[in-house]
Design a protein around this ligand. Structure first.
Ligand code: NAP
Length: 245
C-alpha cells in the first residue's frame, strides 16, 4: 500500500485477457458412505471420539486396539454398530484406517501393520508434542512429521494426514450436535485427499479442506501446541476455521 493506493503486482506470465481461475468448491466430494473406517488406537480419547462421530454420521466403523477385548468393549460402549478388533484385524477389515495412537507408539505400530495396511488409505492424526512446565511444545520427528514417518514406514499404503485439531472432549460429548471446525487434509494424491475431506464433511459442522502435501504436515501437527495454550488460557476446546474458502 503506497499513499493509500493498493499496488497490484502482475506476473510476466499473466496477460490482460486471461481470466482468473474459477474458485473450487470444497464440498465437491465423492460419496464415501459405503467405506469402512478403522481406527487404530480407537480405545483412546481421540480415536473413540472420531469413531463415535463417524458412526453417528452413518459410517461403518471398526475400532482397533492392541487387545481385541478392549476394542470390543469400547465399541460396545459407543454402540451405533461400531465393531472392535485387534489393530491388525481392524486394518484388514477397513478401507480407510485412521492412526490415533500416541506419538510414542507411532513408529512401532505402523511397522508392525505394514502388511495389513498395504494398499489402504491411511489417515494420520498424530501430533508429536512434548509437555513441560511452560506447556505444550512441538517435537520435530527425524522424518519431518508424524505423517512423513508414516509415509516412510508404509511405502505400499496411501498416506494422508488429517483430524489433528479436533477436541476429543467435543467429539465425545453426545449433547454437541455440531462440531464447528475445519479439518486440514494433507496428502500426495488428490483423490485420496478428497475421500478424507468427504469423511470429515459427514460430521455435522465439520468441513475438510485440502491443506498441502505431506512435507507441510509438521506445521499442522505443531499447531496443536498453540491450541493447547488457547485451551488452557480460555478454558475452551478451540478448533480452527479457514476463511475465504
Ligand atoms: N486427544 C485429543 O484431543 C487429540 C486430538 C487430535 C489428535 N490427537 C492425536 O491422537 C493420538 C491419540 O490421542 P489420545 O489422546 O487418544 O491418546 P491415548 O488415549 O493416550 O492413546 C490412544 C490409544 O492408543 C493405544 N496405545 C497407547 N500406547 C500405545 C503404544 N505405545 N503403542 C500402540 N498403541 C498405544 C491405547 O489403546 P490400546 O491399549 O487399546 O491398544 C490407547 O487407548 C495422539 O497421537 C494425539 O496426538 C489427539
Amino acid at each position: 500500500m503506497v499513499g493509500g493506493r493498493i499496488l497490484r503486482m502482475t506476473s510476466a506470465s499473466s496477460s490482460a485477457s486471461s481470466s482468473p481461475a474459477p474458485r473450487k468448491d470444497p464440498w465437491d466430494l465423492p460419496d464415501v458412505s459405503g467405506l469402512t473406517v478403522g481406527v487404530l488406537g480407537g480405545t483412546g480419547d481421540q480415536g473413540r471420539g472420531l469413531a463415535y462421530r463417524l458412526a453417528r454420521a452413518g459410517q461403518r466403523v471398526v475400532i482397533g486396539s492392541r487387545a481385541a477385548e478392549r476394542a470390543q468393549q469400547a465399541a460396545g460402549e459407543i454402540g451405533l454398530g461400531v465393531e472392535g478388533a485387534e489393530n491388525a484385524e481392524c486394518a484388514r477389515r477397513s478401507d480407510v484406517v485412521i492412526v490415533a495412537v500416541p506419538w510414542d507408539g507411532h513408529a512401532r505400530t505402523l511397522e508392525s501393520l505394514r502388511e495389513e495396511l498395504r494398499g489402504k488409505l491411511v489417515v494420520d492424526c498424530v501430533n508429536p508434542l512434548g509437555f513441560d512446565k511452560k506447556g505444550a511444545y512441538a517435537i520435530r520427528p527425524e522424518e519431518g512429521s508424524a505423517a512423513q514417518q508414516a509415509e516412510a514406514l508404509l511405502p505400499d499404503s496411501r498416506v494422508t494426514a488429517a483430524f489433528h485439531h479436533l477436541s476429543a472432549v467435543l467429539l465425545a460429548d453426545a449433547d454437541v450436535e455440531k462440531i464447528d471446525t475445519d479439518v486440514m487434509v494433507l496428502g500426495e494424491d488428490r483423490e485420496d485427499c478428497l475421500v478424507v475431506q468427504a469423511l470429515a464433511g459427514r460430521v455435522p459442522g465439520m468441513r475438510g479442506v485440502f491443506a498441502g502435501r505431506l512435507r507441510n504436515a509438521h506445521q499442522v501437527e505443531s499447531l496443536v501446541a498453540n491450541l493447547v495454550s488457547v485451551n488452557r488460557r480460555y478454558k475452551v476446546h478451540a478448533g480452527i476455521r479457514l476463511t475465504d474458502v
